[in-house]
Design a protein. Sequence first.
Length: 218
Amino acid sequence: NVDVNARGQFDVDFDAGVELETFSAVSADVKMRSDISTFGAGYTFFQGRKTTLTAIGGVRYLYLDVEVDVDVQVELEGEFTSDVEGEISGEIEVEVETPFGSGRTSRETSTEFTGGLSKNFSLSLEKQLSFDAGGHNWDGIFGIQGATKLDDKWTLLYYADIGTGDSDYTAQAKIGLSYALDKFDLTFGYRYLRYALGGPALDELDISGPYVGAIFRF
């Protein structure tokens, strides 16, 4: 969630009656990028003829960057009871709150009127705001990793972990296959990763999809 608040304040100084109406529109373009890395070590506690099971312990790092572009437009329309001579001033203030920071900006404008002006009046104000904010989480994790050989080339891989720390909790599950080549194994499969962040703006983060990689053994 990204909260955008736009406020307009207008002061009028006229020697004539005036009725004012305001019309506002707010549009926001939000982009989020995440970098996630898991570091750990394992202890093999089961070694069978085809299956190997390894206990895993380590940490997971999450970095989130949020880029926000906000455009605020305010239309001010007035109708005067007679020809006027005076001044109108206005201010637009925009405040944007993201999970890891906030940006704030404002713009002021004023216009003077002289006698003989039309009774209908309009004023347009526009403000753009662009900024980015980021934050990171460290969580300890523990889990299990398994491998079951299907034949000389193919191996079934499975992995699951859970942890906590800066996040309320984080969990990951993977299942895939590896194919043995001369110097490394080619691997592919499906991964699901979940974060329960419990933040005021960003509560949960779910990432899932296919993956491809390589396994090197030393």
